[in-house]
Design a protein around this ligand. Structure first.
Ligand code: ZN
Length: 428
């Protein structure tokens, strides 16, 4: 998801139910020295259950982890918000009860393209190939909601020999309205029932749902725009991976909700879809759900996933391990700093920025690099380090390079060797 979130969030912000008044909930504040905003009672936005349990809180983190800043001062003064993740033991939904859509204002400085990684490119090709094989769109129309720069839709249409229409209200005005002689075109609007005449064979939506304060509202809107025999495929981050890896750095303000195979399937069924399958992709980091519009108001999960017991255990384990992980890194960074060692961070996506803000609030990590040239010379939100190319590591060879995504570890180690560097590397 990219700038799309901007418009979708703005549209949804007004539809968000106001928090109910009530006694404060026991949200654990991991940094008691920093005040949390007042807490209000909450309810599960997926199933309506009351008072889901808050299991992870961090006060005042940058609300846009991928928005880069032109100087250190503005980076440190970036907009912040509280994170207060709740878990619904009824349906498995996980959401940030402190999320405030009004705080999240996406700009053209938002940069989270992963296209520069070969591993990610390989995944995207594989995913598009699988969609073609499963849904056989040849000669039909495929719609992508939140098509961003259009690269994925173009690939899908080329592989699937089909037409494509990308919907994204924030599609770059200077980008072409159509590609490949009109086979792929872009519409700067939402996909809603006014576009039902497209009779899309397949609707794809990747990495958007988790940014919306009311995902059910969006799913019901999409359903109303579908032909009866259409299929939808939504891709979201996999909550089980986030909880179990454990990858607390994946927990970011912009993600309002987190889904497991079971909770995602239940959400789709509740919003009027028959769920065909849910599967983990991108080395288990993402989930894809495949569904069709149900004949009635409520759909069925045709391949039921009952993962509530497992999910509850994962949430409890995450809750226990988070404090230890954060304390461990803070202590290690202090110790290395005291010993005169240099620590660098490679990768300034969401995880990297989150890591800097939560694990290194004192700014012991001075060198921060990324392979994405669009980020070079910009500053990390919250902590304010300047982001440079990997060659910056040559200036003061680091003793340790913290790598933010295990999927890129080999790529990064190879690059370090090529530069003649041999630091310890470790995934955070
Ligand atoms: Zn629920």
């Amino acid at each position: 998801m990219d700038i799309l979130g901007a418009s979708l969030l703005k549209a949804q912000a007004k539809g968000v139910d106001a928090p109910l008044d009530g006694p404060p909930l026991p949200g654990e504040n991991l940094h008691p020295s920093l005040p949390m905003e007042p807490q209000t009672a909450c309810r599960c936005s997926a199933c309506g259950a009351e008072a889901p349990r808050v299991f992870f809180s961090v006060p005042q983190i940058p609300v846009l982890v991928c928005a880069l800043w032109p100087d250190a001062e503005s980076a440190r003064a970036c907009p912040r918000g509280d994170l207060r993740l709740s878990y619904c033991e009824t349906c498995g939904a996980i959401e940030n009860q402190a999320f405030d859509a009004e705080r999240v204002v996406y700009t053209d400085q938002y940069e989270n393209s992963l296209h520069f990684s070969e591993f990610f490119q390989g995944y995207v090709r594989e995913f598009a190939g699988e969609l073609v094989e499963r849904f056989k769109p040849a000669g039909r129309t495929v719609v992508e909601i939140g098509s961003g720069d259009g690269q994925f839709l173009e690939l899908l249409c080329r592989l699937g020999e089909c037409r494509g229409v990308g919907f994204d209200p924030s599609y770059d005005p200077s980008s072409p309205d159509e590609l490949d002689g009109g086979r792929v075109r872009f519409v700067r609007e939402y996909f809603d029932p006014s576009h039902a005449d497209l009779t899309a064979h397949l609707v794809v939506c990747r990495q958007v749902l988790e940014h919306l304060p009311d995902p059910g509202r969006m799913l019901r809107g999409v359903r109303a725009a579908l032909a009866p025999d259409a299929a939808v495929v939504f891709e979201v981050p996999n909550a089980r991976y986030t909880l179990e890896s454990p990858s607390l750095w994946d927990v970011i303000y912009e993600h309002v909700t987190y889904w497991s195979a079971g909770s995602l399937a239940r959400l789709f069924a509740a919003c009027g879809y028959d769920v065909l399958a849910t599967r983990a992709t991108f080395a288990d980091q993402f989930l894809a759900v495949e569904a069709r519009p149900a004949s009635g108001e409520r759909g069925a999960v045709l391949a039921p996933v009952d993962d509530i017991a497992d999910l509850t255990r994962s949430v409890e384990a995450f809750e226990r391990s988070c404090s230890a992980t954060i304390d461990g890194w803070q202590r290690e960074l202090e110790a290395r700093h005291a010993a005169g060692q240099k620590v660098a961070l490679w990768g300034t996506g969401a995880r990297g920025v989150n890591f800097l803000n939560i694990a290194d609030p004192k700014g012991r990590i001075e060198t921060v690099v990324d392979i994405n040239p669009r980020k070079h010379g910009m500053y990390a939100p919250g902590t304010g380090q300047r982001i440079g190319p990997p060659e910056d590591l040559l200036r003061e060879p680091p003793d340790l390079v913290v790598v933010m995504n295990p999927n890129y570890l080999q790529e990064i180690q190879a690059s370090l060797t090529e530069m003649g560097l041999n630091p310890e590397t470790r995934c955070a």
